[in-house]
Design a protein around this ligand. Structure first.
Ligand code: G6P
Length: 608
């Protein structure tokens, strides 16, 4: 989703801002723009990739300033055209703004501002913001921003510059992420640490409704009521290497391959397999509440929802506590009942997904204890939950989530065992599962060795436009995730569902040659899955099976097989999803798509 980057310092702003925009391309966007102060205010915008903007910039020669703002836009208010790109300017062309988020009362404000004689050139809520700042400007940009924000309802992360104040950058946030990188006499502000880390690793985040005035000599942070606050400058937890491709062609492939090493970090210091013990520092303060909880609601969107669904299975099976998974967007608006002893678990890679945040607010309001299972350190969900467990999988750049999924499932597994062990589970049973869990990284390594075979199989089916992904029990959510991976980057129509549900309708779709992916590991439902395979096979479907190493029977019925090592059923999705991730990545590449920048998608969806 939209990315913002701003700079004030001694270096030419233009190059630095464009580089920052490129680092944030993975978030998803449809247009881009930049404004620099160089005597006056210069603003250049373009529809399409950052490369289009870059080309346009080569034709402009007075963009040499050392202060500027830039933006990649993912349209929400108004269509994708140049007038709607950011930066947006006021009608005197003196003030420019970049904005992530949405303003709820923009229509009322626009009517008011029109009445005050302002004329608008875009359909954006952002132009309303900059016009309001302009209306309230009396020679002090920081004050005008503060006054305007008091009138605004909605979410924002903004950067503002003004031709009359060439040494001042004002930034503010509410509900959308904003990080301020602190260098030597220079500051790089961005919505994403990846745009900052090449310049400095010292940074701080603003809290909601805080404003920061930055000059080359320092910064001052305050509330909307102008009460000074002292933010804590900390070390950013990512380095350049983590956000570069290295020897891989795509971030998605890199991140699939990173899973073993990343999961080792997820587990590090958290499990003592021989003693059947799990140590989760992030939730230890609430152990009593968790063990006594009467009900869990797990929520998220997209891939995180699939991980949350596995959490539901794991919590009920291993911790024997009622659990329910729900799309955050549905939970938020359907007037949910939160009984005493309810714990809400918000699952999210970015920690910024607007729907998940809204569900979290709703649950908090209704008295639930809230936990975050999140990757990005310091993100909104981590700040607003009572407790949580980080994934530790490092920055995920590929829009199609892979290592965050296995990280989320690993954390939810540990949470289930953490509670299960304290409720009903014996030391021996817990120790047994943990010793297998510990071996997941090496088992994924083994699964990845089949990459060439997976590519060959994908080539056989890549021209087919409709696929089904079927699984049972723990591997039903894995089937959903496999289908999502394929559709989101290869644009092939793919549906996931419980294998048994197929015969209640979708079986009508099966035709000669249609690829049907079955997760058929040797778990408790193996025989039932084999039956479902027969049903598809006899109608002409082509069977691609994900099966347990050593299973010879499957070869007699499936057209193609990907093997994963044997593991206890509750842990099996951590393995079975891996061939499906690889297959999706290959399918998209074979079809010539940009795997890391799929059409219409955004990495982090910060609007509801
Ligand atoms: C977007 C992304 C998905 C992601 C979902 C939830 O739709 O494209 O890959 O699963 O948001 O994001 P979160 O950051 O909350 O995990």
């Amino acid at each position: 989703m939209c990315g913002i980057v701003a700079y004030i310092g001694h270096k030419p702003a233009k190059e630095l801002l464009v580089e920052g925009l490129k680092r944030m391309e993975y978030r998803g966007y449809d247009s881009a723009g930049i404004a620099v102060l160089n005597g006056g205010l210069r603003c250049i915008r373009a529809v399409g990739r950052v490369a289009v903007l870059e080309d346009k910039l080569t034709t402009v020669d007075d963009l040499e300033g050392t202060i500027g703002i830039a933006h990649t836009r993912w349209a929400t208010h108004g269509e994708v055209n140049e007038a709607n790109c950011h930066p947006q300017q006021d009608d005197k062309h003196a003030i420019a703004i970049i904005h992530n988020g949405t303003i709820e009362n923009y229509a009322t404000l626009k009517t008011y501002l029109k009445g005050r004689g302002h004329s608008f050139t875009s359909a954006t809520d952002t132009e309303v913001m900059v016009m309001l700042i302009s209306e309230l400007y009396q020679g002090d940009l920081e004050q005008a921003v503060r006054a305007a924000l008091k009138e605004i309802r909605g979410a924002y992360a903004i950067g503002v510059i003004c031709a009359n104040e060439p040494d001042t950058l004002v930034v503010a946030r509410k509900g959308s992420p904003l990080i301020i990188g602190v260098g030597a006499g220079e500051y790089v502000v961005a919505s994403d640490a990846s745009a900052i880390v090449a310049h400095t690793t010292q940074a701080f985040s603003l809290d909601d409704e805080q404003v920061c005035k930055i000059t080359r000599d320092g910064f001052r942070t305050s509330t909307l009521d102008n009460i000074a606050v002292t933010p804590e400058v900390r070390q950013l937890e990512i380095d350049l290497e983590q956000i570069e491709l290295g020897s891989f062609d795509t971030y998605m492939m890199k991140e699939i391959y990173e899973q073993p090493e990343r999961l080792r970090l997820t587990m590090k210091g958290r499990i003592k397999s021989r003693d059947g013990q799990i140590v989760l520092g992030g939730v230890s303060k609430f152990t009593r509440e968790l063990v006594r909880a009467r009900r869990f609601v797990l929520t998220g969107q997209g891939t995180a929802y699939h991980a949350a669904m596995l959490g539901e299975y794991l919590f009920e099976d291993l911790a024997k506590v009622p659990a329910k998974v729900e799309y955050a967007s549905e939970f938020r608006y359907r007037n949910p009942i939160i009984v005493d002893g309810t714990v809400l678990v918000a699952v999210s890679q970015s920690g910024e997904t607007a729907d998940t945040l809204a569900a979290l607010h709703e649950a908090k309001e209704r008295g639930a204890l809230t936990l975050g299972v999140v990757n990005v350190v310091g993100s909104s969900i981590t700040r607003e939950t009572d407790a949580g467990v980080y994934l530790r999988v490092g920055p995920e750049i590929g829009v199609a989530s892979t290592k965050a999924f296995t990280g989320q499932v690993a954390v939810l597994t540990m949470l289930a065992l953490y509670m299960g062990r304290r409720r009903y589970m014996s030391v021996e049973a817990c120790a047994d599962l943990l010793s297998q869990f510990e071996r997941v990284p090496e088992m994924i390594e083994k699964t990845l060795e089949q990459n060439d075979h997976i590519l060959d199989v994908t080539k056989k089916y890549v021209d087919q436009e409709n696929w089904l992904f079927l699984g049972r029990g723990y591997n039903y959510p894995a089937a959903l995730e496999g289908a999502l991976k394929l559709k989101e980057i290869s644009y092939i129509h793919a549906e996931g569902m419980p294998a048994a549900e197929m015969k209640h309708g979708p079986i009508a779709l099966i035709h000669d040659g249609m690829p049907v992916v079955f997760i058929a590991n040797q778990g408790p439902q193996y025989d039932k899955v084999m039956l479902n395979i027969e049903q598809v096979k006899s109608r002409g479907g082509r069977i691609i099976a994900v099966a347990t190493e050593g299973d010879k029977q499957i070869e007699t019925i499936a057209d193609d097989v990907f093997y994963v090592p044997h593991i206890a059923d509750p842990l099996s999705p951590l393995l079975t999803v891996v061939p499906l991730q690889l297959m999706a990545c290959h399918a998209a590449m074979l079809r010539g798509h940009d795997v890391d920048k799929p059409r219409n998608l955004a990495k982090s969806v910060t609007v509801e």
